[in-house]
Design a protein around this ligand. Structure first.
Ligand code: NAP
Length: 492
């Protein structure tokens, strides 16, 4: 249940987390089909909010209607995807090893499955008011797993968050779920977020946002008497390799593709391509010219909120004032309180000497690193920290001359793209939206797709447990009819 859209105080957190824990103990016993119906009902109630929701979010975030309609569609689709996962059932990874009494020593009966960890705290993201916020991927996957959820609303879209929370509240009532399996809170200081993370009943945390915020939550969790996992997704610079043959053949087309990707959503996507790398050549010169032309034709736009705009302007200025850096595109027009797209450029040797150029500039910005040769380009790529994505624009000729690139890419990023742009994250089972630190705090997991549920569960095995005391997923007769691994044979 959402408390209200009013701010909570520190002393209220005990009560909120006690309610969350109490509801968790009931909620985890709700059978999978009823939990699926709950998620489907949330999707239905969000859609029923209609225009009021879209209008409210437009006012709060400056995001255009078409983008919000698309994001709402993605959010309800995610809820229905997790409902389908629950109905199918194999996500619990049920595994049965029957006893072998004749074995020496005797092998006991052992059965394993995934179980929910407990109350989860989710921090809403500023840049995805629906898909990574109140009923977004973190909440949907945590509720699917059987965890109760406490959402800390993002202050930049509190009205939107409260509306979505009201839809979830309705779904709780309609599907007869435990009252506090979902709670919605807002706070006016970091102390609220810190107290939620450090409460003894909190079992895990989901976050999308800045590096400083995500790292702070991770550190709060690490110093608890009982540490818990924090799944912070903190963004990245999503480096792009522009290989020589690809530029010779397609410099102009690639430039137009990337101008669109760099400025999509005013650059406010965690997959925004922030570092482009190429080797000095005629092809690279053509690419630079075409990219500058395309960027200069893109009008300034409003960002999500003033804080993000100021951060963009400061970080961009800092980058442009760094030794060896110059603007590749000119600021043709500027409007007060709007963000103007900018492309910076720097030689590989200067880039390597300036650590600050490797940091994310959140907004419609990218830096082009011009390398002397392919070895310098690989060196630049190798010095970058963990990334959500890395993209390679190359032809067969390029890949034949550099056969180690794909292998190198897997060391850097969670998603390796060939001949495409990183913005646009498909929601499907094979998607990985995660990556080595500092892109995320745990590279073994994804925040998008059904495997996002794995963040909120842990394996438990039952040894010599009588059939009638086992969870349904592990009973001999398979009452749920789900796929299971039996005696080491593949899931069937
Ligand atoms: P943020 O500052 O990281 O805040 C997100 C949430 O985390 C807010 O609820 C905030 O609490 C909380 N938080 C942040 N630091 C905290 C701390 N030390 N202790 C406790 N709670 C903390 O993100 P933002 O407001 O969305 O945007 C700020 C900057 O983050 C942007 O300018 C951009 O650079 C970056 N960003 C990156 C991505 C990405 O995907 N890469 C996405 C969004 C933002 P309060 O409500 O109390 O402030």
């Amino acid at each position: 249940m959402s408390l209200s859209n009013s701010l909570i105080s520190l002393p209220e957190i005990d009560q909120i987390m006690e309610q969350s824990m109490k509801s968790f103990l009931d909620f985890k016993k709700v059978n999978a089909l009823d939990r699926a119906a709950f998620l489907e009902r949330i999707a239905f109630e969000i859609e029923a909010l209609g225009e009021e929701l879209i209008k409210t979010t437009q006012e709060e975030t400056n995001l255009p209607e078409a983008r919000l309609l698309g994001e709402r569609g993605r959010t309800t689709m995610q809820l229905r995807m997790f409902a389908a996962m629950l109905k199918e059932g194999s996500w619990v990874e049920a595994s049965i090893d029957h006893a072998i009494p004749d074995k020496v020593p005797a092998k006991p009966d052992i059965r394993k499955m995934l179980v929910p960890t407990g109350p989860v705290v989710v921090f809403g993201a500023s840049n995805f008011p629906y898909a990574y916020s109140t009923a977004g991927g973190d909440t949907a996957s945590a509720l699917a797993s059987g965890c109760s959820v406490v959402v800390k609303a993002h202050p930049a879209h509190l009205k939107t968050s409260t509306l979505i929370a009201s839809a979830i509240d309705k779904a709780i009532v309609c599907t007869n779920m435990p009252t506090h399996c979902f709670q919605h809170v807002a706070g006016n200081s970091f102390e609220i977020g810190k107290a939620l993370v450090q409460h003894s009943f909190t079992s895990a945390v989901g976050f999308t946002g800045s590096f400083s915020g995500g790292r702070a939550l991770y550190d709060y969790a690490a110093v608890r008497p009982k540490p818990i996992p924090v799944f912070s997704e903190m963004g990245s610079t999503n480096p792009v390799l522009l290989l020589p043959d690809a530029l010779t053949l397609n410099a102009e087309t690639i430039a137009i593709q990337y101008a669109g990707s760099i400025t999509l959503g005013v650059g406010q996507f965690c997959t925004n391509p922030g570092i482009l790398m190429g080797v000095s050549s005629d092809g690279l010169e053509r690419f630079k010219k075409a990219l500058a032309n395309a960027i200069e034709q893109i009008a300034p736009s409003k960002m999500l909120h003033d804080g993000i705009l100021k951060a963009y302007q400061n970080n961009r200025s800092k980058a442009l004032q760094t030794k060896g850096v110059s603007a590749l595109s000119n600021e043709v027009s500027s409007i007060e309180n709007f963000a103007t797209p900018v492309i910076a450029q720097v030689a590989g040797i200067d880039f390597l000497q300036n650590e600050n150029l490797k940091e994310e500039v959140f907004g419609p910005y990218a830096i082009l690193v011009e390398c002397a040769d392919i070895e310098e380009l690989k060196n630049v790529w190798n010095t970058l920290s963990g990334q959500l994505t890395t993209s390679i624009m190359g032809t067969d000729v390029d890949f034949e001359s550099q056969p180690d690139l794909i292998e190198m890419a897997t060391l850097i990023a969670g998603r390796v793209l060939l001949n495409g742009v990183p913005t646009g994250v498909e929601v499907c089972a094979s998607m990985v939206h995660g990556g080595p630190y500092p892109a995320t705090t745990d590279s073994r997991f994804t925040a998008v797709g059904i495997n996002a549920v794995k963040r909120w569960v842990r394996p438990v095995c039952f040894q010599n447990c009588p059939d009638h005391l086992l969870p349904d997923a592990l009973k001999e007769q398979n009452p749920l009819k789900i796929k299971r691994m039996i005696d080491g044979n593949p899931y069937q």
